[in-house]
Every structure is written in structure tokens, then in C-alpha cells.
Design a protein around this ligand. Sequence first.
Ligand code: NDP
Length: 492
Amino acid sequence: MSNQHAKPPITTTNAGAPASSDEYSLTVGPGGPNLLQDTYLNEKLAHFVRERIPDRVYHVKGGGAFGYFEVTADVSQWTKAAFLNNVGKRTPLFLRFSIVAADEGAPDTDRDVRGVAIKFYTEEGNYDIVGNNTPIFFVRDPMKFPDFIHSQLRLPDTGMRSNNMQWDFWSLTPESAHQVTYLMGDRGTPRTWRHMNGYASSTYMWVNAAGERFWVKYHFKAEQGVQNFNDAEAKAMFVEDLDYHRRDLWNAIARKDYPAWRLEMQIMPFEDAANYRFNPFDLTKVWPHKDYPLIPIGRMVLDRNPDNFFAQVTQVAFEVSNFVPGIGPSPDRMVLGRLFAYGDSARYRNGPNYAQLPINRPINEVHNYNRDGPMRFHHSGNQPVYAPNSYGGPRADPQRYGDPSWFVEAAEIMRTANVAHKDDNDFIQPGTLYREVMSPTDRDHLVSNIVGHMSQGVESFIQERAVKSYWSPVDADLGARVAKGLGLTITA
Ligand code: NDP
């Protein structure tokens, strides 16, 4: 907010004319009726009821900050992306953290996945990474995505959230077991946004200047370290501070304690994908570090709070489809489905000219034949409105900027799973997480969190199915412990 001692400006109407009063409406005498000719009051009330734009359907509640990305290693052997082409090069960015199922006003520390969405303002256009604080996801096909989100939101009749609905969906969706193991562990309740890692999660393509292609995964490792609340601590924070994560990030930046993340990449040679032991484009799986070790390439720092929450955190539009030359999608079905949905969401929420808003517009110039529409305010003047033309309109350069591509074998059009690799099994990786990565305390918390969550309104047939065909295949000991905690007599 501006200096409270400075002389304030005169209040005006939206058209700029001085307003007569901030306090009193226009009436007939002190006790008489209000007058329709009070145009300033009419405008004030009419504007007030239009202050909101549609919420995101999920990732509603969040917070964000500006910062920069700095390259720390030469990556030219893998990508020609201009913003990554020099050690020491800095690119400005805006990052939004969010919580998936919470509405605005819900507690920040609820058990959930967190969104980590980054917009890099590069010299070759905006590059967006729209990821989470988990390296995997609940489903691997976009067809199931709205169903998954519906199961996390609210029941049609009561308008309340329902653990029964969540466990019904999960226990009928075995590919969710890896992500649910992650979610029910203490990483499902991060201490702050500063103390969690970010992952693009999906696999993307990098292309170097010679046209060689690589499959890549992005890992943003918190320099603050990973810290989580246990279930009781996360719930205690509901009472103390509903906005704990939003406040923590704001306060850290305000006191110049700038949070930072190292960007580490997993890089798979293009040819490895076909014969890898599982589908490397399956979003429910990680690439084990011993197969594809992490390669540090940069550092992201958040060092400036927003000036206006609505104009920046609310109106920002992240798009999975925002790539720059040298970076592209992969055959991951979730990426391909998301290429469409994010721009469409932005058009719905902000209108078709959302990319002209200051938070969304690129730092380089935009030249194309998209025209007009609601609230268009930047236009290209008297330039040709069609291509091809003889009058100097923009021209694409396909030689220089071709689309990243991969070879697709001729096959019949169908709807089916892609699980042809030998380890395309939904339970191997969550089993490894449970047995080999989690500490005994992590495992105890996982069991008590699952039992606590499944004890709240989940019907017994769903509990039984979750034990028999979900947790027991992940790990027999885990299945038995969950069954015992729920008081079920069944075993695997
Ligand atoms: P590693 O032992 O090399 O990696 C295990 C990784 O798990 C750690 O590096 C850490 O990743 C993460 N981790 C540590 N504690 C927890 C926890 N309590 N809950 C969730 N994740 C934790 O083995 P692999 O690469 O072979 O992976 C084994 C399993 O680890 C996977 O099945 C997966 O469940 C999990 N994992 C793997 C990641 C990967 O990209 N390979 C990333 C994260 C988890 P980080 O530093 O990213 O936090």
C-alpha cells in the first residue's frame, strides 16, 4: 500500500470525473429516498457485484511470488532453449503455489497435493511448467481427470467433501496407488511451500541445436530442505491460521529470506524409451534415480511479493502448451490432454485476450493473425489480417522453428491402455516407496493416516476392497496393518 502520509488523489468515477462523496449517497433531504441520478453510487454498486471472475475448478486457493531462474550448468548438448543457453543467464519468472481441492478460505495445511506452476518470461516467449509437489499423479489418462477431481471435491446433494467418494474412486483406480501412498505419507502435509520440492512430473522433450532429441524430467529441490507436518500438527494449524502457507511465503520474502530451489534434470536418450522396462511416459511412475541420475542445471529464487493479488495470483494463466524452441511435449497422455485444457480454462476465466494481461503477456513482441474479441486493448494497428499476404504481415519460419516430433507407428485407432512394458505394474513403485524409502516412523504415520482417513464415513465394502486389492498388493504388511487398524478381519 502507498504511503499513508502522502496527499491522496481525488476520488473519480471510472470515466475519470471527480466524485462528490466517498460517504454519502444522493438523497432528497436527510431522510428522503435515494436518487437514481446518483451515477457514482450506481457505478460503484454495479462494479462491486462484478468483482469476481470464475474460480479455477481446482487449485482454487494459492499464493505466488516473482523471482528469477539462473542457469548453473551448460545444457547445450541437450537443448537449444535460449533462456538456458548460458551459465549465469537469468530469466524472470512468476510462480504460483496452490492446494488442489481446497476452496478459498479452506485451511492451507489440509492433506492434499500442492500445485507448483512456473511462468518463465523468456526472450522467445513464455515457457510454463505446470507441476506439483509430487513426481507422479493419480491417473495416467486425461479421460479420468475430471472424475478424479470430482471425487476430491463435493457431493452433489450435501455439498460436502466425502472420504467415501475418494476411497471409492482410488480403490477402483489401481494406478493411483503410488500417488496415494505419497499423499497419505507426511509429504501430504508439507510444513510450508518453501519446504517442499516441485516436479514437472510429466516427461517432456528437449531438442538441441543439432536436432537431437532427449526425454526429460524436471525436479526442483528445495534448498530449505523438505519438512512436513505430521497429521496432528497439520490439523492443529487449521485452528491457528487458515492461511499459514500463504502467510509464510509472503513473510519470508518480505524479510528478504528468499526461498530457492535447485533445478535437477533426469535426461533419457531418445532411443531408450522404446525398450525401457516400463512406459517412461506413464505419469504414475518415476524414473529411478539409479537409471537416470539427477543433473543439477540451475537455481530458482523467489524474491518479490505480488503488488496485487487479483491481478497477479488470480489472473495468472499457466498453460502446459506454452513451450519455447528446444522444449516440447512427449507421448505422455496427460501432457497431451492438458495441452488443450489450460488455455481453455484461461479463456473461460479471463476472456480470449487473457494473454494481454500484464501477468500473462510475454516480454517479447507478439505477432500473429488472432484479432479483436472482448477487452482487446493492445492491437497491431493497420497490419494485414490474413496470411499469406503481400503487405509485410508476420511470417512463420518452419525451417528455423519446426515442431518437436517423434515417430508413431501406423496402428489402428483405438481406446486402450498402454501397458506393454514388462514392469508396467501399478504396485511396484509404491511398494518400493513403502519398503525402501520410508523410515519406520514414516511407515507408522502412513498407516495411521490411511486408517484415520478411511475411518471417516467410508463404507465397509470400500474399506475391504481398498485393503484387498489396493494396499495388500502394494505391500502385504501394509495391507495387514491397515486391515488391523480398521478392525477388519480380512487378509490379502
Ligand atoms: P532413490 O532412493 O534414489 O530415491 C528415493 C527418493 O524418494 C528420494 O531421493 C526422495 O526424493 C524421495 N523420498 C524420500 N523420502 C520420501 C518420503 N517419505 N515420501 C516420498 N518420497 C520420499 O530411489 P528411486 O529413484 O529408485 O525411487 C524409489 C521410490 O522413491 C520411487 O518408487 C518413488 O516412490 C520414490 N521417489 C522417487 C523419485 C524419483 O524421481 N526417482 C522422486 C521422489 C520419490 P526427492 O529428493 O525428490 O524428495
